[in-house]
Design a binder for this molecule. Structure first.
Ligand code: SF4
Length: 415
């Protein structure tokens, strides 16, 4: 099969910056977007079929900041079949959209699920890549050549916004069901964690450690997904990680995770705490759904998600904070995180957990209301609608007697 551009792992670390941007699909300027993988019965799909629903690259105006053109909605639906494939594999097949798009010369993929973001550069357009059909054909080729368990594949790329709006609720239900399944399992219930190095092309010292209590930073891979991935593709970027010995139950330090951290970060780090933002925090790549950030004035934490518009309570928007947090470094007081982790009882438990959160975007506070109510802090945490800066934050926390500031929250101690 002939394509207009080259394909290979050598393109994986290549970003598409604004100056080189020809067109983008999804991303923060676009309201409706998703990527989804489904496992089907063989007779439900037509092998190697590609369908583009809606206007194609050649029908759309290129990126122009002044005219406000160049950012478009997208839905990517990858449907696969195979004798040993089951629904458990959907999450990790879907996550390969990230890797495979980044293997295409001139293309760049960020984020996941309902936050997906694809960019194509001007060189790529200049070489004649003018149809999303080609993108679908590349996906079909890469999926079947890189994942031998996929025997049939069909890819649909949707740019018709009405159609995306119609399908998006189904996609959100499927993401939710995957996350709910992992909620009852705890780290102490398993002997094996999973590691993912899919994002090392952008963040060479980053390893996502995926445990029952810790969904991956991107929010797209939970412990069950990790298990399915390691089983069906043992040579792939997601691998088994024996837990080893428990070194600290409070901080979440395990000898197995430390060993992997050392080997896979090429010796940059040799310890990692899974339940703390201090000393040896988990690294952050660039795909995290949200950032947990320390606010020194309150000695507490804020959380900001990728879709949050405008400045946070510390005056910085998500984009600037993401630049400082990403790259695969351990940064004390900064954690890239999957949002589902907010529900875990182990979420920064060594530092005080959810009871140490002192600022949240309204949307996140409402989405995880039950978890904050269970801790008795739902009414104590201000949002962007209550406070605009750190001075107002301190006044608010004082007024509501936030339990972290009144000293009611006790930090857990090692047994
Ligand atoms: S954020 Fe982590 S889990 Fe998600 S794809 Fe990247 S390395 Fe893997």
């Amino acid at each position: 099969m002939e394509f207009h551009v080259d394909i290979g792992p050598q393109y994986e670390g290549e970003a598409v910056r604004k100056e080189d941007l020809y067109m983008e699909f999804g991303g923060p300027k676009v309201q409706h977007k998703f990527e989804l993988a489904r496992v089907r019965e063989p007779d439900e799909i037509e092998h190697e079929k590609v369908e583009v629903v809606g206007p194609d690259i050649s029908d759309l105006a290129p990126y122009d900041d002044e005219k406000g053109t160049g950012s478009y909605p997208i839905g990517i639906l990858v449907e696969v079949a195979g004798a040993v494939l089951d629904k458990d594999a959907e999450g990790i097949i879907e996550r390969r959209v990230h890797m495979f798009t980044n293997m295409i010369e001139g293309w760049y993929h960020m984020n996941q699920r309902q936050d997906t973001w694809l960019r194509m550069n001007k060189d790529c357009a200049g070489k004649g890549f003018n149809s999303l059909r080609e993108l679908g054909e590349i996906y079909n080729l890469l999926y079947t050549s890189e994942m031998s368990i996929i025997e049939k594949i069909q890819t649909t790329i949707i740019t018709d916004e009405e159609k995306i709006k119609e399908l998006l609720p189904q996609a959100l239900d499927i993401y939710r069901a995957r996350d709910e399944r992992a909620r009852t399992l705890r780290d102490e219930d398993v002997d094996t964690f999973y590691g993912c190095v899919l994002c090392q092309s952008f963040a060479p010292t980053h390893i996502s450690i995926i445990t029952p209590d810790r969904i991956a930073n991107c929010g797209a891979i939970n412990w069950f997904d990790g298990r399915a991935a390691a089983k069906i593709d043992p040579e792939g970027p997601i691998f088994e990680m024996p837990k080893g010995d428990l070194i600290s139950a409070v901080k979440g330090e395990y000898s197995g995770a430390n060993q992997v951290e050392q080997v896979r970060s090429l010796g940059t780090y040799d310890r990692v705490y899974l339940y703390s933002a201090f000393e040896h925090p988990h690294t952050s790549c660039g795909c995290f759904e949200a950032i947990v950030f320390y606010i020194p004035e309150a000695d507490g934490f804020g959380v900001v998600h990728r879709d949050f518009q405008g400045p946070t309570v510390i005056g910085e928007p998500f984009s600037r904070m993401a630049g400082d947090t990403s790259g695969g470094k351990q940064i004390e007081g900064r954690l890239g995180t999957g949002l589902e982790q907010l529900r875990s009882p182990k979420f920064i438990q060594a530092d005080g957990g959810r009871k140490r959160i002192v600022w949240l975007p309204k949307e996140i506070k409402e989405r995880y209301k039950d978890a904050f109510e269970a801790d008795g802090v739902y009414d104590k945490i201000p949002t962007e609608q209550d406070v605009k800066n750190v001075d107002e934050l301190m006044e608010y926390l004082d007024k509501v007697a936030h339990p972290w500031l009144t000293g009611e929250v006790e930090l857990p101690e090692e047994n």
